[in-house]
Design a protein. Structure first.
Length: 559
């Protein structure tokens, strides 16, 4: 259909004036459904969304518009725009009603037009959203790679690519270092004449800043950060909390009460944010995000503090020259590997972090194996860490141990469809129990009472979930790694004197799981040892950890 020129002008004017409901009404009134072009259908769908995109019924109507547009003109620019809109809107409805959207169907639409989408950034971003909901790291990396190769990328996407490589075995540590150099080169460097000049003014106290987007209820970072913020000498340190988050809650307010001052830079553009932080005249900034979360990596690239440290959120090198140090321990980065990290290594003496524990009474729980007469494994990690390779190893364990069970519960809201199919292909789907993410912490922590042995993920190990399991007296079976993020499980087990629970490789991992089943007396002894030793170990000894933490910072300050 060829639109009347006056109608075109009218629609354009209404859209520019943000009168989206009038755009919708006019299109529905003046055009017939079967006559609408892909361009008009795109305008209709987008106007519906901009009017009220949070209503499921509106999302359904917009999806219908975009799907019709795509089917009408699959090879035109309007048809491809419709595909991008269809992908993104389907994700929105999926988050409301995941049973209404078949993600595999959306993927098939992309495959139909893949050759035309090579350099279409918005479509690749949409497909990343699809694969994130399926915890499909391989395909997330595929689309991030397309965006980077197109040279139409943002700092966020560059960081996401390195972060996602931590979940796969595609890269060795040298690859992370080399990519970091590429990232450092491509991050924006602002002219110094637009930035507040950094000073080394000494106030008598060490001015310390923590940068994070995750100081909110339930986030794992808070359990580790609390350890140091509750145990610092206010005569020696002046601490600032630098937030980069839209929502603040009671947990945020609690953390603010622990420090001397706090600011939130979420609404500030980079140059303004850099100047705000520089004007604090910090001596040391500790970034708690790295390439994760809503990071502000370009602040570090442009240096907001004379000394900048990476800790907690991202357990690997950034490759960024202005990130001076990374906090680690001797179990994570070996002495002969220092050259594979662009940062200088701060070796905390025992462990790189320490959990503040939980405000719940600890009770020793008998291993469920005794009453069940079968062994139950569990993993409550982010489902992204449960790769195809991990599923393959876990499936071999379940096959070798008759009647064994595996409880999975992701730390994030995730779809289990893809993982369920993979377990089915491995012939063990009936042995796997999928639990939805539970907002109630007591329900979450008490689920460990149903687990005999926690299975760690690899190469990206669990951290918070391993601390949780050990707190509850559940041993964690982990595997030796090849860099910081793949050795976190090793460090945790070594610090609770559980070297037996560290496998040399995948076969040893499988064999150890089977040995625990075949020797229940040994399993019972291991659980007893963990329960009695956990709180006094380096994992939860907050005073000792804080002493070492701040001692290291003073050494850096004096250097």
């Amino acid at each position: 259909m060829v639109l009347d020129q006056n109608l075109k002008i009218q629609l354009q004017k209404l859209f520019e004036d943000k009168k989206y409901s009038q755009v919708v009404s006019l299109i529905l009134e003046k055009t017939e459904e079967e006559e609408r072009s892909a361009g008009i259908l795109n305008l209709l769908g987008v106007s519906r969304l901009l009017g009220n995109k949070k209503e499921p019924e509106i999302l359904r109507l917009a999806i219908k518009d975009f799907k019709t547009a795509f089917f009408k003109e699959k090879k035109t620019s309007n048809g491809l725009i419709a595909l991008g809109n269809l992908i993104s809107t389907s994700c929105l409805l999926y988050d409301f009603k995941n049973d209404e959207i078949k993600l595999e169907e959306i993927i098939s639409f992309f495959k139909e037009s893949e050759s035309l989408c090579e350099n279409l950034r918005e479509i690749h971003l949409g497909m990343i959203k699809i694969y994130r909901r399926l915890s499909d790291v391989k395909n997330i990396l595929f689309h991030l790679d397309k965006i980077i190769k197109s040279k139409n990328f943002t700092a966020k996407e560059l960081c996401a690519y390195a972060y996602r490589q931590c979940f796969s075995t595609n890269w060795q540590q040298i690859d992370f270092l080399k990519y970091g150099e590429f990232l450092d080169y491509n991050l924006t460097k602002y002219p110094e004449n637009k930035l507040y000049k950094l000073t080394n003014f000494k106030t008598g106290k060490i001015r310390l800043g923590f940068l994070s987007a995750d100081i909110r209820a339930g986030h794992s970072i808070t359990y580790f950060l609390k350890t140091v913020l509750q145990n610092y000498n206010k005569e020696e340190f002046e601490i600032y909390l630098i937030l980069n988050q839209k929502k603040e809650d009671q947990t945020t307010e609690y953390f603010k009460s622990l420090v001397d001052n706090s600011i939130n830079i979420i609404n500030d553009e980079n140059i303004k944010a850099i100047n705000i932080v520089r004007k604090l005249d910090l001596d040391i900034l500790i970034d708690l995000m790295g390439f994760t979360s809503s990071n502000r990596i370009e602040l570090l690239r442009n240096r907001v503090s004379p000394k900048q440290i990476l800790w907690l959120g991202y357990c690997n090198t950034t490759g960024i020259k202005n990130v001076d140090y990374i906090m680690s321990d001797p179990n994570l980065i070996f002495k002969n590997e220092k050259s594979l990290y662009s940062e200088k290594i701060i070796y905390l003496p025992n462990i790189w972090n320490c959990h503040s524990g939980f405000d719940i009474k600890r009770e020793q729980n008998k291993t469920p194996f005794i009453s069940n007469n079968f062994i139950t494994f569990g993993s409550f990690n982010n489902l992204d860490k449960v790769s195809d390779e991990v599923i393959g190893v876990w499936s071999k364990i379940l096959k070798r141990i008759k009647n064994s069970k595996l409880i999975l519960k992701s730390s994030l809201k995730k779809n289990y469809e893809r993982h369920s199919k993979l377990f089915m292909q491995n012939g063990v789907r009936d042995s796997v129990i999928f639990n939805e993410r539970d907002e109630d912490f007591n329900n979450h922590i008490n689920l460990y009472k149903q687990v005999d042995v926690a299975l760690d993920t690899f190469p990206y190990n669990g951290v918070t979930t391993s601390f949780e399991a050990i707190w509850m007296g559940v041993p964690v079976l982990t595997m030796k790694g090849y860099n910081f993020n793949s050795r976190c499980g090793e460090s945790i087990n070594k610090n609770i004197k559980m070297e037996y629970m560290i496998a040399d490789d995948k076969q040893d991992y499988i064999d150890k799981a089977v040995e625990l089943y075949e020797n229940p007396e040994n399993l019972i002894k291991i659980r007893e040892k963990i329960f009695h030793n956990a709180v006094s170990s380096s994992l939860f000894n907050t005073n000792n950890f804080s002493d070492n933490f701040f001692k290291s910072l003073k050494q850096i300050y004096d250097a």
